[in-house]
Design a protein around this ligand. Structure first.
Ligand code: PLP
Length: 402
């Protein structure tokens, strides 16, 4: 009835300085406005191959199986875990924030036998703690988050890869929040499956989950391959492993879809592919090391900036991700009201927080397209005004309020 008055999409101007999503790079938005092409058009399959090659560079891997899962980062996590874990398999999850709990929950839904170890929020694990647990649990998969935005911590991974190789454990990593803004080496660190998303340091919208899969993990997944009846070749039989409990997120099928056989599965989310390809092109063009340095610089500027405002910073700063900082809300201040003022009066969004940190810290991101000097200084200037109750801005705000 009211549909006559619903206008075209016209979002308000916002500077998104939370823990994600952030403003997309305009180049990504332009790429996403390109026309669709049929999914088996030679141009399209070539573009898919280019996207695979670009993400091999982004993940720093030679893995043949490097492609996109269509869906948000969580789809990548679910695809990895549901495809690796058979019911009853043991999985170990080191939990140091909210996303460790997510991995735990998803692994439980795969009906795996889930074991967790925990450190307090604001800390990361020592390799020895993980190795002791690996020895005790003897899991098939170790599932760990690299950067957990809920606490801002970045778990060092290099030693974990070595531990997993030594104990013949597959290592899965959720690098959604950290990839592109912090050092990352899929092959050199011995990671078997890594998933990510676009809406953090990659400077795109959410909706596509880049993934890379080592040969040994791909063999485990292929060992569970059950071919869909309608596309089964005459000479094909099912693999001996239990069938993967999802069709959409069945990586055995998705690998065949991106691979040379191009077996039909889902309809590729073409517009997201254009966006994901441009995100990777931006990173590769800048240079991965340069992108990490840029995030380190602007993250440090934001860290010192909030300290300069007299605010405390949560957690073990030596292990903080470059791209997000948890800022202690001053005593007596209503953190949500301050965030609302930042949004309404300055068009700037910063993040709230979850669980034990709720009401205690704001999370401020400097990532992707917004890891820039003007974005950092504008955010700090606005925050400074929100913390003050006198001066020119406060006087103007009183005019608007009256
Ligand atoms: C932000 C984030 C996600 C996001 O998942 P979506 O499905 O894209 O919302 C996943 N994992 C981590 C570690 C994150 O920081």
């Amino acid at each position: 009835m009211t549909s006559r008055v619903i206008g075209p999409i016209d979002p308000p101007p916002r500077l998104l300085m939370g823990p994600g999503p952030i403003n997309a790079d305009p180049r990504v938005l332009r790429a996403m406005s390109a026309q669709l092409v049929g999914q088996y058009d030679p141009w399209m399959t070539a573009t898919m191959n280019e996207t695979m090659a670009l993400y091999r560079d982004v993940f720093r891997t030679a893995n043949e199986q490097t492609f996109l899962v269509d869906g948000t980062s969580r789809a990548g996590i679910e695809a990895a875990l549901v495809s690796l874990l058979e019911p009853g398999d043991r999985v170990l999850v080191p939990v140091f924030g909210r996303f460790g709990h997510l991995l735990t929950e998803i692994a439980e839904r795969c009906r795996a036998e889930v074991h967790t170890i925990e450190v307090p929020w604001g800390e990361v694990f020592e390799p020895q703690q993980v190795e002791d647990a690996v020895r005790r649990v003897q899991p098939k998969v170790l599932a760990v988050v690299q950067g957990d935005t809920s606490t801002t911590m970045c778990q060092p991974l290099a030693d974990l890869g070595e531990i997993c190789r030594r104990h013949d454990v597959l290592l899965y990593c959720d690098a959604t929040a950290s990839l592109g803004g912090n050092a990352f080496e899929a092959d050199a660190w011995g990671l078997d499956v890594v998933t990510a998303g676009l809406q953090k340091c990659l400077g795109g919208p959410s909706g596509s989950a880049p993934i890379t899969i080592s040969d040994r993990a791909a063999a485990v997944i292929d060992g569970r391959k059950h071919v869909e009846a309608g596309i089964r070749a005459d000479d094909e039989t099912d693999a001996p492993g239990e069938r993967i409990a999802s069709n959409y997120l069945d990586l055995a099928q998705v690998m065949d879809y991106w691979g040379p056989r191009r077996l039909n599965h889902h309809t590729e989310a073409t517009t997201m592919l254009y966006g994901a390809r441009e995100c990777a092109r931006l990173l590769v063009e800048e240079g991965l090391d340069a992108a990490v340095e840029r995030h380190a610089l602007h993250g440090l500027a934001m860290l010192e900036g909030v300290r300069g405002l007299g605010l405390g910073v949560f957690g073990d700063v030596a292990h903080k991700m470059h791209n997000v900082v948890a800022v202690e809300i001053p005593d007596g201040m209503d953190g949500d009201a301050a965030r609302a003022t930042l949004l309404a009066d300055f068009g700037i969004e910063i993040g709230t927080s979850f669980g034990p940190l709720h009401g205690k810290v704001w999370r401020i991101g400097t990532m992707g397209y917004n890891a820039r000097t003007d974005a950092v200084l504008t955010t700090l200037a606005a925050l400074e005004q929100v913390l003050r109750t006198t001066g020119g801005v406060a006087a103007a705000q009183e005019v608007y309020a009256s």
